[in-house]
Design a protein around this ligand. Structure first.
Ligand SMILES: C[S@@+](CC[C@H](N)C(=O)[O-])C[C@H]1O[C@@H](n2cnc3c(N)ncnc32)[C@H](O)[C@@H]1O
Length: 185
């Protein structure tokens, strides 16, 4: 783990300019959402991470075909990323779209969004930064809404103002979904 995080720290140090504010997507999958977002927002640096190298490969090919210079996809796990990203850069916007729901209670510990995750992302975000979460799994949605409502660093919006729409692979398959927005206090 130490070596993996050291390699990631080195890579991110090269990629992210000092004092940058940027868009981060966790579990970017095949890259549909972030590629479209980055293309529509060419002045924003966008970084998508995923643990599946095959998905990162597909997302990178999408980026290359679209010649989207402000976009990077990195194979990394969310906790590793948070432990390795440069301390002088910040998240402006965080997207989490259709994360694995881990429906069984004994597997909830594997979910990406936990109170520890919310504290770690808040520590890397400035006031007003946005966190956007979307899922088709209602119990996970309720859990994250409740974690955010209780969290000292994030303020849950009464009704989400979703900043950009582009259907993801999992969104296409889902009969319905739930979205929330929170802002860094
Ligand atoms: C259900 S898929 C959704 C993919 C995409 N967001 C979409 O909506 O089509 C969840 C994705 O999160 C990735 N993932 C799961 N746990 C992760 C973690 N701890 N850190 C980074 N990516 C993760 C998986 O490899 C997978 O690509």
């Amino acid at each position: 783990m130490k070596d993996r995080r050291a390699a990631l720290r080195h890579l991110l140090g090269e990629l992210i300019p000092r004092k940058a504010s940027y868009v981060w997507e966790i579990g970017s999958g095949h890259g549909h959402f972030l590629a479209a977002y980055a293309k529509a927002h060419p002045l924003e640096l966008c970084i998508g991470i995923d643990i599946a190298s095959e998905r990162i490969g597909r997302a990178e090919r999408k980026r290359d075909r679209g010649r989207i210079g402000n976009l990077h996809f990195i194979r990394a796990e969310a906790e590793d990323y948070l432990a390795s990203c440069p301390e002088d850069s910040h998240f402006e916007t965080i997207f989490i779209l259709f994360p694995d729901p881990w429906p069984k209670r004994r597997h909830h510990k594997n979910r990406v969004v936990t109170s520890t995750f919310l504290s770690a992302t808040a520590a890397r975000s400035r006031r007003g930064a946005g966190l956007f979460f979307r899922t088709d799994h209602e119990p996970y949605f309720r859990e994250v809404a409740s974690l955010l409502a209780r969290h000292p660093d994030w303020k849950l919006a009464d009704s989400p103002d979703w900043p950009f729409e582009e259907e993801t692979v999992f969104e296409k398959r889902a009969p319905s979904h739930f979205s929330l927005e929170a802002r860094r206090r």
